[in-house]
Design a protein around this ligand. Structure first.
Ligand SMILES: [Zn+2]
Length: 68
């Protein structure tokens, strides 16, 4: 079984870390809105014929990088 296509994604709004998995979707499938679980920002839900599934893997990372 081939490894699923997996990419990392950071919410452009809150920088929450996601693992993104592409799943092939029927052409007529309804595309649900996807929102960031952390901040609610709209995320890309579809890439061509693939649906994008987001899995939150990191707690929200503060904008400052580990200072204070
Ligand atoms: Zn977010």
């Amino acid at each position: 079984m081939a490894e699923p296509a997996e990419t990392r994604f950071n919410c452009p709004n809150c920088s929450a870390q996601y693992k993104v998995v592409k799943v092939e979707a029927p052409a007529l499938a309804n595309v649900e809105e996807v929102n960031c679980l952390n901040c609610g920002a709209a995320l890309q839900a579809r890439d061509g014929k693939f649906l994008l599934k987001y899995f939150l893997i990191g707690p929200k990372t503060k904008r400052d990088r580990r200072k204070r």
